[in-house]
Design a binder for this molecule. Sequence first.
Ligand code: AMP
Length: 216
Amino acid sequence: MNIILLGPPGAGKGTQAQALMATRGMQQLSTGDMLRAAVKAGTPVGLQAKAVMEAGELVSDAIVSALIGERLDQGVGGGAIFDGYPRTAAQAMALDELLDARGMTLDHVIELEVDEAALIERVEGRYTCATCGEGYHDRFKLPAVAGVCDVCGGTEFKRRPDDNAATVQTRMAEYRAKTAPILPIYEARGLVQRVNGMADIDHVTQAIATILDGEA
Ligand code: AMP
């Protein structure tokens, strides 16, 4: 089963992708994570993407679609969870071609519906364990012991440079202008289902499970 998680920054796509990986053996394909890894490694793609990402704008369609193609070729086990891709109509078309060429199909497009004002607070407060990547939030998800990761015991944490108020506004605007308009493409194919992304993390996980199990 291959699915797209769609929603603006902070909607919970990454959190829900992690839950699906843990429970269903699916694989998260996050172009944001791939680009951050490229920036960190200083690859040509990373060098090209760094400033664009820091500004909250979109990296070129050709770059991100190539990253997805390479990742699909490594195999996706129990299925692909596209997180943060596609973000434009051109990427949606590219994804169709990438899947077709590999005999794969798209089963669900799940839109996480959220309140934009609340998202700013969500995004600004989030951080991750520098060792294992577990996600936390200043208000909504604190580690059980302050300063210690619940999962791996790590004591170093990091924040994304683009999770600040000004950049988040640009990222939201990019979502509205370029990503939200791809929903009708998938609606016309009967693939879109909506989930209330403002609910508790566990409730959202449950709502997605209901859709994937064909009960929604
Ligand atoms: P994310 O981790 O999904 O929030 O992505 C972080 C940043 O990476 C975005 O603000 C963009 O600059 C870039 N990015 C990630 N995925 C894409 C994509 N599919 N198309 C264009 N840019 C992307």
